[in-house]
Design a protein around this ligand. Structure first.
Ligand code: SAM
Length: 277
């Protein structure tokens, strides 16, 4: 069994490989081994899992995943970090053959060297929602996962209709999965200390709410409804339905005077179906 990374070593590796954490890439590294173990536990990682980590950084969470999972697939945009990760893994007593590092922008990932079964990541904050939706869409073998995101984003991901945080991420994510809040993480466990709070979101995949074609149309309706969230649906969707929005919304069984923020995914699907007819 290997050992995990501590705060001093994290700074030391970063200095040695010339990494000065940048805001642009959301580089706030977890320097507390207990936090990493806690995340892996909440994710319910099993010994036969292929864990997918997006943005492994210096490897804090990667090592905690290697304590339990069969293997880890890690997608990291920063080449210096991607190159160093196998070295850190080996020097901490883990079998480097259980790690596959892919150096690319996770938003563009189309293939992976192994089929991931669980997603566990401290996501780069500026792209956390698109990255999560991208992997839910492209990699249906992911059965569940835990992601750490900015607290406001976590609120949005788990929000229910009618609440202030409810928006397009909340509805879109439920196309593939059930999402729940899984606790907060203090700022002091990061280096450098971020100026926002962080929270964990757990998800469990279910059957997709419809076909890929239905999803694309439904997501267009969702985008239009939330692009102008203060507007009633009949005007927010008027362009999409080229003037026929009122009738289309009515025939989907929804009040044209309602706002997107009160609708469930199934309501958006009903409207999308009328668009298709
Ligand atoms: N997992 C590490 C940890 O918990 O200490 C690092 C997390 S840090 C919040 C986010 C990581 O994602 C950084 O290593 C950063 O370089 C990487 N990253 C940023 N944008 C990315 C992208 N578009 N695709 C892949 N990795 C990205």
């Amino acid at each position: 069994m290997g050992t995990l990374l501590g705060a001093a070593e994290i700074r030391e590796i970063a200095a040695r490989i010339g990494v000065n954490p940048t805001k642009k890439l959301g580089q706030n590294f977890v320097v507390d081994a207990n936090t990493c173990r806690r995340i892996v536990k909440i994710a319910d990682v099993r010994s036969d899992d292929v864990a997918l980590e997006i943005g492994p950084g210096l490897g804090s969470l990667t090592l905690a995943l290697l304590e339990i999972a069969a293997s880890v697939v890690a997608v990291e945009i920063d080449k210096r970090l991607a190159d160093e990760l196998p070295i850190t893994v080996a020097s901490h007593g883990f079998d480097v053959d259980r790690l596959h590092v892919q150096n690319e922008d996770a938003l563009t990932t189309q293939t992976l060297p192994a089929e991931p079964t669980v997603l566990v990541a401290n996501l780069p904050y500026n792209v956390s929602v698109p990255v999560l939706l991208h992997f839910l869409e492209k990699f249906p073998t992911i059965r569940s996962g835990v992601v750490m995101v900015q607290s406001e984003v976590a609120d949005r991901l788990v929000a229910v209709p009618g609440s202030k945080s409810y928006g397009s991420p909340s509805v879109k994510a439920t196309w593939w999965a059930d999402l729940t809040g899984a606790g907060n993480v203090g700022r002091q466990v990061f280096w450098p200390t971020p100026n926002v709070d962080s929270s964990l979101v757990r998800f469990v995949r279910h059957d997709p709410a419809g076909s890929e074609r239905e999803r694309q149309v439904t997501f267009r309706v969702i985008d239009a409804a939330f692009a102008q969230r203060r507007k009633m649906l009949r005007s927010a969707l008027s362009q999409l339905f080229s003037g026929e929005a009122e009738q289309a919304i009515l025939s989907a069984g929804i009040a044209p005077t309602a706002r997107g923020e009160t609708l469930l995914l199934r309501d958006f699907i009903a409207i999308a179906n009328t668009l298709e007819q």
